[in-house]
Design a protein around this ligand. Structure first.
Ligand SMILES: Nc1ncnc2c1ncn2[C@@H]1O[C@H](COP(=O)(O)OP(=O)(O)OP(=O)(O)O)[C@@H](O)[C@H]1O
Length: 242
């Protein structure tokens, strides 16, 4: 039995105004796996791809389908956005309320929850992410890592079915990064993750796709990459998981 993918992109092309050529060209993609890792060089169009998925950018050609139906009007787009949460690369673009609780309750309020219910949902979500006692904190004074987790809370409070995560481990210290990995590993949602952090993508069990020359394709199985890193205890022989 085949199931209809929640999101599908068919023959999508998109050019930024004044750009000499399309950044995405005849791109096809559908969500059939649980988690995806999206890789590709800087400027290849990864964030643009996410913006197309949530309808922030309208493709010049091709179709965006939600649960098998083309997204052609605002009602469809609203339904899609309810199910697809987008964690921006910069948390400052995501957080805009004075306090953490207001930011996290904003989504549920928008979905029609009563203020008390929205607050309860927001508190539950913060607690689930280990952000105990954060509710009255001033959002713009949080550290970068704290902002990232609060931004994730604003999305999870709306209980979307799909998460789009744009370079979520950027600027996280090793401990917060591990915390984020544990959180994501425990979620039921489909996750599409843009990242240059291969180890992170590996730990989130993501099927790797690459954006290149406007297209997206599945990376070869057993993709080999060269990397180097510093060891605290100096040089010693060791094996890697990959
Ligand atoms: N609003 C815009 N107007 C014109 N060009 C844009 C706009 N936004 C992005 N671009 C250009 O489109 C290209 C793709 O941008 P995008 O942000 O999708 O890349 P990316 O793959 O996410 O890059 P990175 O890995 O550096 O985050 C880049 O060359 C960028 O400069």
């Amino acid at each position: 039995m085949t199931t209809t993918p929640i999101i599908e992109l068919r023959n999508i092309s998109y050019s930024y105004p004044q750009a000499p050529k399309p950044i995405l060209k005849d791109l096809n993609f559908s969500i059939t796996e649980k988690n995806y890792g999206i890789v590709g060089s800087n400027g290849c169009g990864k964030t643009t791809f996410f913006q197309i998925i949530v309808g922030l950018l309208k493709p010049d050609e091709g179709e965006l389908l939600f649960k098998g139906a083309p997204v052609t009007d605002k009602t469809m787009l609203r339904a899609l956005r309810k199910d697809v949460g987008f964690l921006f690369q910069s948390s400052d673009d995501q957080l805009f309320s004075p306090t953490v609780i207001e930011d996290v309750a904003f989504g549920p309020l928008n979905l029609g929850y009563q203020p008390a219910e929205a607050r309860e949902l927001a508190l539950e979500t913060l607690n689930k992410l280990g952000l105990y006692g954060f509710e009255e904190r001033i959002t713009h004074r949080l550290s970068g890592g704290e902002k990232k987790l609060v931004a994730l809370a604003t999305i999870l409070a709306m209980n979307p079915k799909v998460l789009l995560l744009d370079e979520p481990t950027n600027n996280l210290d090793p401990e917060t990064r591990e915390r984020l990995i544990t959180i994501l590993q425990g979620l039921d949602q489909n996750q599409i993750i843009i990242s240059h952090d291969w180890d992170f993508l590996n730990k989130t069990n993501s099927v790797l796709f690459q954006i290149e020359h406007g297209h997206i394709h599945r990376c070869e199985e057993d993709h080999i990459h060269v990397h180097s890193h510093i060891h605290k205890a100096g040089a010693h022989p060791h094996r890697h998981e990959h």
